[in-house]
Design a protein around this ligand. Sequence first.
Ligand code: ADP
Length: 292
Amino acid sequence: FQAEDGIRDAQESRGLGDVYKRQSMKKLNDFFEEKEIIKACKNPMQHEVKGDVAFKNVNFSYDKKIPTLRDINLQAKAGEKVALVGLTGAGKSTIANLVLRFYDADSGTIMVDNINVQQYDISKLRSCMAMVLQHVFIFKGTVRDNITLGDNDITEEQLIAAAKKIGVHDFIMKFANGYDTELSTEGGNISQGEQQLISFTRALVYNPRILLLDEATASIDTATEELIERGIQKIMEDRTSIVIAHRLSTIINSDRIYVINRGIVAEQGTHQELMKQKGLYFELYTTQFEKV
Ligand code: ADP
């Protein structure tokens, strides 16, 4: 299988990853269980995940000395879009890492559907989640492989439906061999925007209940920007989304915004509510957000 190395690299090099798929999940589980960063649960819960996510008084530190997150309380009900905003280093990615259970909280609880994440079988838990990172990973292989990551359970219909929904199908059909077009390493032969849309399709085809999205900041040209914005709106439909957001459009469209500052939830509310407070959010609005 020609793209096998690429797929393995895609799964391994991501460290955290681009989109977590079942195959890579096993490897990650083995890795984490080996390192005993997280404890396996003896009687894991088995149920269809709806997608409610909640943090209750969560404290976490990477080195068990300097606190990274302090008393975090936040909630994303099934189907809601929640935006995490704040300066670099505030703790936003750490929140995503804890949802995915790459680490366990030192105290407090993280719940999915009102059940402590520690009660789940970890592969089952992660199999209902997908993460899209800022850095898009495109490997040498076909467009199809880059979307399915070699998962043969994904049908042609599902593939095309996902690509159409994201708005990348027409681009793909313009490539020399459509979905069978070979992409070079790091996607050198397609635009950055197309790479992003392919990574969105990769997550969408998997139909996760919970989407964790680390939104890229670099805007390209206006037309591509619009496509990406539309893609982001589509990928968030019908699932819970927790977005480390940089685009004003994503932030405004979210149900709730959490402003993370030095490991705490400093402010929360809607765009209008937070603007009125003239606090940290207002400051970020004027200095940090990409106004698209
Ligand atoms: P943000 O996503 O808001 O930029 P992060 O969650 O990445 O913030 O980082 C929060 C803090 O935790 C930072 O001080 C960062 O340096 C630290 N940190 C992030 N990842 C690790 C890690 N794997 N090990 C140790 N410290 C980390």
